[in-house]
Design a protein around this ligand. Structure first.
Ligand code: GLU
Ligand code: ZN
Length: 290
């Protein structure tokens, strides 16, 4: 049985939705709806210290204001620890994990951009705090990206032995994403190209866990005039709720689609319907300057 086309939007509740994340949401929504597929939302609230109170509610509210309604119940990663533990147990059984108690400073002092396996043979036993890292082989991971084309990354050089459970015992992003994309049966993942470098790590984890990889498409990330990624850190503003139809038309244009000028005066439902009916993924540009 082939599963129906399923896309997802997976925001972290570290602040309100900004234009860059809205672009990811719109692209994944239109792409999957144009195939009559399901669109799911997952709140990536894995990291309580970075979470901003009220942000998840605000993000969901914004999606609704933009007419981006999701199917099924919203999944919250904070409630899925049991599944992540099962995956860690499986990886441990397969002898793929090891403890590391290197501090950031120590890693920096060794001049490593990515962790190069220092503790594979055992970490300093006197240290109580340790993270769990996965052994990554020195080989290529490749995939045909639906937007960026053929991708080839050496695992060891692009991610190194990455962390699957942090020293504060929080689950790491790569692990949670891979487990949840599989649990939600996502078939097509459209997200920002700031995550392009994460994809080799995630595809490797899928392999290690015996999970079939979905397809990936990485949209260009929105940058400000200084060329910085729009994010809370660079002071990106929350998307305005005042004129969602106009903002949606702007998003369509930034995604390389060609909406007629008078669409701005239509309702959001009409804009989205136009977007679904006329969606052409191959028109999405690889890069974008705003
Ligand atoms: N939660 C991640 C973020 O907001 C996105 C994860 C994903 O789409 O894979 O950057
Ligand atoms: Zn170490």
């Amino acid at each position: 049985m082939t599963s129906p086309a399923t896309g997802r939007f997976a925001p972290s509740p570290t602040g309100p939705l900004h234009y860059g994340s809205l672009l990811s949401a719109v692209a994944s929504y239109l792409n999957i709806r144009s195939k009559n597929g399901a669109w799911l939302v997952r709140i990536e609230d894995l990291d309580p210290p970075r979470e901003v109170a009220g942000a998840s509610t605000e993000i969901l509210h914004t999606l609704e204001k933009y007419g981006l309604y999701w199917d099924k119940e919203v999944v919250y990663q904070s409630r899925r620890g049991e599944r992540y533990n099962e995956a860690l147990a499986q990886l441990t059984k397969d002898n793929l994990l090891y403890r590391c108690s290197c501090s950031r400073k120590e890693i920096a002092r060794r001049g490593e951009k990515f962790y190069q396996g220092h503790c594979r043979k055992g970490s300093k036993p006197e240290r109580k705090r340790f993270s769990l890292r996965i052994k990554t082989p020195d080989r290529a991971v490749t995939w045909m990206d639906m937007i960026q084309g053929q991708q080839i990354f050496n695992l060891f050089d692009s991610n190194g032995d990455f962390i699957v459970r942090r020293s504060d015992r929080l689950y790491a992003y790569h692990l949670a994403v891979v487990i949840d994309d599989a649990a939600q049966q996502a078939t097509e993942i459209i997200r920002g190209s700031d995550l392009l470098i994460s994809t080799p790590a995630q595809r490797y984890l899928q392999e290690a866990l015996g999970i079939q990889s979905p397809q990936y498409g990485h949209i260009p990330i929105a940058t400000n005039a200084k060329g910085e990624k729009l994010s809370k850190q660079t002071g990106a503003k929350a998307v305005s709720l005042r004129d969602p139809a106009r903002t949606l038309v702007m998003a369509l244009r930034d995604l390389g689609q060609d909406p007629p000028d008078d669409l701005e005066a239509s309702s959001i439902d009409d804009v989205l319907e136009w977007g679904i009916r006329n969606w052409v993924l191959s028109r999405v540009p690889g890069e974008l300057t705003l």
